[in-house]
Design a protein around this ligand. Structure first.
Ligand code: SAH
Length: 342
């Protein structure tokens, strides 16, 4: 049963040893309640229920507590039981998907709900973390204007240290942790420190952001493969040659900064000048925007549209398959491209 209650300004008595009750105490405080505690070493007295709205029994069998359930009934105080928080620390890496909360998986939601600390950055869902992870300390390790992000080694060290102290550490990432997400490094750091670690997959922007613009990365008779490329750094000539000869769809992440090099490289290695290209910025947000062009025109188009990161680039015939979700202007461009290509 899931119960939603407004506890703002209410007094909640949490019964249980401090360590076992730690998460419950933090969660009820975060919900705005005034938290009183009853440690397992203390005897229960009925006066303790004065002005208490709810008793949370993390442990309910301590000596001297026999009166607790009966007293709650008499005083019409709600008594709920909660699982104890005592167990070894662990790390859960969560793929948070491309931004909106409702693209998180149920497994991700369960881990967030149980978290003691969440390390997050700005690509994944973060606006409602206070509610999604009510018992957790929230740590922003991403880039903010004027602030340096926490470096990867630091993130890993902090995650491991916190788990070794017995906490459930959640590392929340955009998309899927294993797609340009440094998930492998974080898992390795946990294994090295002998901290139990699990990975919850997420919806990668590589497939979902083109989809948000109505572009399928594969399409019957049009493209039967897609290749996901990091544009973080310019590629080697050999890689441009390889990509230009592949066929199918190319999906480029982190490619806004290196777009001119990518386009020049693919052109040099023989990709057609009229190959359709789409750039989808800020997928799934209110500012989502799609710019459609072709290989010859995309650098100019991106410049005049002032394309900014985060954006996913799609290069291939599938761009012409975009459904009605792309704007009227883009569709007109597509039609022009289609007739130019025909
Ligand atoms: N692990 C992530 C990718 C991390 S790399 C995943 O699987 O999606 C970061 C890049 O992802 C960004 O530079 C951008 O190219 C892309 N990206 C992630 N979310 C995006 C979004 N909502 N809209 C557009 N691009 C996005």
């Amino acid at each position: 049963m899931i119960l939603t209650a407004d506890l703002t300004g209410q007094t909640v008595l949490v019964a249980g040893a401090p360590k076992a009750a730690m998460r419950a105490i933090r969660r009820y405080r975060a919900a705005g309640a005034t938290v009183h505690t009853l440690a397992a070493s203390e005897a229960f007295q009925e006066e303790m229920l004065d002005s208490v709205a709810m008793v949370v029994a993390v442990e309910d069998a301590a000596p001297g507590w026999d009166m607790l359930p009966e007293a709650c009934r008499r005083q019409h105080v709600l008594l709920v039981k909660e699982a104890t928080a005592v167990r070894g620390g662990l790390v859960t890496l969560i793929g948070g998907g491309p931004g909106p909360d409702d693209l998180l998986t149920m497994r991700a939601l369960a881990a967030l709900k149980d978290a003691d600390v969440v390390y997050f950055d700005r690509l994944g869902p973060h606006a409602n973390l206070r509610w999604l992870a009510p018992g957790a300390e929230l740590v922003d390790v991403g880039k903010r204007p004027g602030h340096h992000p926490v470096c990867q080694e630091d993130i890993q060290r902090r995650m491991v240290d916190s788990a070794l102290q017995g906490h459930h550490v959640v590392r929340l990432k955009g998309g899927d942790p294993y797609v340009f997400g440094r998930g492998g490094e974080e898992v390795a750091a946990c294994i090295k420190a002998e901290v139990p670690v699990t990975v919850v997959p997420g919806i990668s922007s590589a497939i979902s952001v083109p989809g948000a613009a109505g572009i399928p990365v594969t399409h019957r008779d049009v493209s039967r493969m897609f290749t996901v490329v990091s544009g973080h750094l310019p590629l080697a000539e050999e890689e441009y040659r390889h990509l230009a000869g592949l066929g199918g769809t190319l999906v480029i992440l982190m490619g806004v900064g290196t777009l001119p090099q990518l386009v020049a490289g693919l052109r040099r290695e023989g990709m057609r000048a009229d190959m359709p290209v789409a750039i989808v910025e800020q997928g799934f947000s209110e500012s989502q925007r799609t710019t459609v062009s072709d290989l010859a025109g995309v650098v100019t188009a991106a410049g005049s549209a002032r394309i900014k990161s985060p954006a996913v680039l799609v290069i291939g015939e599938v761009v012409r398959q975009a459904d009605g979700r792309t704007g009227r202007q883009e569709l007109a461009q597509l039609t022009r491209l289609a007739s130019a290509g025909a």
